[in-house]
Design a protein around this ligand. Structure first.
Ligand SMILES: [Fe+2]
Ligand SMILES: [Zn+2]
Length: 399
């Protein structure tokens, strides 16, 4: 059965746990559940989340009214357990287009219970890694990713959890690349275009087009919002050298936090400047190398050697900050913290650009061909694709 009671979203909710009772208690409605738990919801919260057809547009499932139309003293006239085991609230005042009676789906109400310490769903389960992942690289066949939703799901979750996954046996044409890349979601246009060909060019505008070794880095650290992931398709790789390697920036941050807490503090709080040197654009951004969220969890690494500006910080801070950065660079440069693979034709590597640093060993231009095709997208596209598969699974499970 699809949700028997409207919810303000497109998800399907479980009907396993129902309400057994509901009563007004001061400024909250207190409810009890069939599993013995109790929950409390403020009147204002309940009214703000009324899912009736006057409050939530039935087509878009978007909220119609501002919270400002709800009187501060809003109170229920009656509360009861509804026919389907949800909560029914009849309101004293009828405002806006609300029909004056709110019915809350029990599964929805339980999922959004905030009275038992639950917090918004944020981040995701994450597993950090060092060289150990080299023997256990998450690899998926292109055909299976295209044809089997369960494999596609595991592939997307691997990128989310590890920040790195490799698809093998991809046809190497441009269209196939667009097709596999779009498995994640919309791609991001950059100033050099949507898709960039990394091939040796003696006069190349970017050092990626030269034979240099590139140390592990995130791309586009000059942007206010660094791309959330990057995709690399190996079209040809017969040149001598040119092995790819990856470093889990979150793992490096963990080591720094544990072994060099003072330097970790500097790298997470003192901003660095990054600026590009492209002939036709001038991107520039200032932020710490290691970015934390409000809870102090690492959310991004911003670090591109060739895009770093000379430090402009308080005079006494400069040597300390450079020392901290050198520790971090030393850690990311250790083989024990790197996963290496010489990409072969048909490989497509997916990396979380704000977490999994990518680098390459030097190669000898002219010793063979090295052609890597690359593009960018956003983490939120990846997460949205994962959630769409989960939504479909939930709908099937709650049939
Ligand atoms: Fe790069
Ligand atoms: Zn309503």
């Amino acid at each position: 059965m699809r949700n028997p009671i409207s919810t303000p979203d497109f998800e399907t909710y479980s009907m396993d746990i129902l309400l057994t009772g509901a009563k007004v208690n001061g400024d909250t409605v207190d409810v009890s559940w069939t599993d013995g738990q109790t929950s409390r919801y403020h009147h204002m919260w309940l009214r703000d989340n009324c899912a009736c057809s006057g409050c939530i547009d039935p087509n878009s499932h978007e909220r119609v009214d501002s919270i400002a139309i709800i009187p501060a003293e809003i109170r229920p006239l009656n509360v009861k357990v509804g026919l389907h085991g949800g909560l029914v609230v009849e309101w004293e005042q009828k405002v806006g287009e609300c029909n004056g009676v709110s019915e809350y789906h029990p599964g929805w109400l339980r999922a959004f219970d905030y009275s038992n310490g639950s917090k918004p769903i944020e981040g995701w389960e994450m597993k950090t890694w060092g060289q150990d992942l080299e023997d256990d690289l998450p690899m998926f066949s292109a055909q299976e990713v295209f044809e089997n939703e369960d494999v596609k799901y595991d592939f997307l979750v691997a990128i989310r959890t590890l920040g790195l996954a490799i698809v093998t046996d991809m046809p190497k044409d441009y269209e196939a690349f667009e097709r596999i890349s779009s498995q994640i979601g919309l791609l991001r246009d950059m100033n050099w275009g949507k898709i960039f060909e990394i091939i040796p060019k003696p006069d190349g505008e970017y050092i990626a087009n030269r034979g240099f070794a590139l140390d592990a880095h995130s791309d586009a650290s000059t942007r206010e919002y660094q791309p959330g992931f990057q995709i690399f398709q190996c079209v040809e790789n017969t040149a001598t050298g040119g092995e790819s390697f990856w470093v889990d920036g979150f793992y490096i941050a963990e080591i720094m936090k544990r072994d060099y807490p003072d330097q970790y503090e500097l790298l997470t709080t003192v901003p660095w400047e990054f600026a590009n040197r492209s002939k036709g654009t001038h991107y520039r951004w200032t932020a710490p190398v290691l970015e934390l969220d409000l809870a102090g969890n690492i959310t991004a690494v911003r670090d591109t050697t060739w895009l770093r500006e000379p430090l402009r910080q308080d005079f006494d801070m400069v040597p300390k900050l450079m020392e901290a950065y050198r520790t971090y660079v030393d850690l990311k440069s250790r083989r024990e913290n790197q996963v290496e693979r010489k990409l072969v034709e048909g490989d497509v590597a997916f990396v979380d650009n704000r977490r999994c640093l990518h680098g390459r060993r030097a190669f000898v231009p002219g010793s063979g061909m090295r052609h890597i095709r690359t593009c960018y997208g956003e983490r939120e596209e990846l997460i949205s694709s994962i959630r769409m598969i989960e939504r479909a699974r939930n709908a099937r499970e709650n049939l």
